[in-house]
Design a protein around this ligand. Structure first.
Ligand SMILES: NC(=O)c1ccc[n+]([C@@H]2O[C@H](COP(=O)([O-])OP(=O)(O)OC[C@H]3O[C@@H](n4cnc5c(N)ncnc54)[C@H](OP(=O)(O)O)[C@@H]3O)[C@@H](O)[C@H]2O)c1
Length: 266
């Protein structure tokens, strides 16, 4: 983090993070817990990972792991019931719709199941959790949807993913419009490339291209995206509604004509 950072206070807040068994979701869950929140960490297959994240959080007994296939109405309904029991009469203060997958496939090889699998794991999942949890959210609470820079600039092989994330930005605006009557703000975080320790080895060409062209010259650290998420969810963003916060180190500013120029003047 740079100079002059702010810290957020989420004491007495109950936060639900979907996809919290994964890289970004676990970082977001950790940031909320570090700011004093009690967190429900949603997972699909990664129960052990979600429980390991909880074990490393402050006051682990306050947090809970909740499993669900997020594209299934019945499984999300059960997860919502579990969250209701955990939150009790206090309800939920923040929902972060972070779950999603991003396997690559050329358009001409993309069949219906692969297409809707990616769209649904992100967009439908966000809708099902929003529909289920918004009734538990009091005025002043907030939802953050995780989209991507690919909502604006798709990568090859990501037609389904980029379309889903562009739709997530617009879904966010629709939710802001309709949930305002409940006093719920809804915003969207669009991250650029997320750093993982195995990233350079797992995706050498993509990683090299990103670092060469992104003005920041690097991938974003999980805690940097988490900080942007906490800002959107916090009272400091009380007049920010239906907005998209792009956290990409400036990647979307780069002209496709000459990205090398940008990295040269960095
Ligand atoms: N990584 C990046 O560079 C990047 C950049 C921009 C945006 N994003 C977005 O950030 C979010 C998190 O990405 P990540 O890199 O942290 O991914 P990740 O490590 O692969 O984690 C994905 C999470 O989503 C859950 N999930 C996936 N499909 C699901 C389904 N059908 N039902 C329920 N849960 C499901 C996974 O659960 P299980 O593992 O338990 O099955 C896991 O917790 C995604 O929305 C992604 O599109 C990522």
């Amino acid at each position: 983090m740079g100079k002059n950072t702010v810290s957020f206070d989420f004491r007495d807040s109950r936060v639900v993070v979907t996809g919290a068994s994964g890289g970004l979701g676990s970082a977001i869950a950790a940031a909320f817990a570090g700011a004093g929140a009690s967190v429900a960490l949603h997972y699909r297959s990664g129960r052990d990972r979600a429980e390991a994240v909880i074990a490393g959080l402050p006051s682990p007994g306050r947090h809970v792991a909740v499993g669900a296939e997020a594209t299934s109405e019945s499984e999300v309904a059960l997860a919502v019931g579990r969250v209701r029991e955990w939150a009790g009469g206090d309800g939920v203060d923040v929902l972060v719709n972070n779950a999603g997958t991003y396997p690559a496939s050329p358009i001409l090889e993309l069949d219906a199941a692969a297409f809707s699998g990616v769209v649904d794991s992100s967009l439908l999942a966000a809708h099902l959790f929003t529909r289920g949890l918004a009734p538990l959210m009091a005025p002043g609470s907030s939802i953050v949807n995780v989209a991507s820079v690919e909502a604006h600039r798709p990568a090859r092989g990501h037609a389904h993913y980029a379309a889903a994330k562009a739709a997530m930005v617009q879904y966010t605006r629709s939710c802001a419009l309709e949930l305002a009557r409940l006093g719920i703000r809804v915003n969207c975080l669009s991250p650029g490339l997320l750093w993982r320790d195995d990233l350079p080895a797992a995706w050498p060409t993509g990683y090299a291209a990103w670092t060469a062209s992104c003005p920041a010259g690097r991938a974003g650290r999980p805690e940097e995206f988490a900080a942007a998420c906490l800002f959107l969810a916090s009272g400091s963003a009380s007049f920010v509604n239906g907005a998209e916060l792009i956290a990409d180190g400036g990647a979307l500013c780069v002209s496709p004509q000459d990205p090398a120029t940008w990295s040269a003047v960095r």
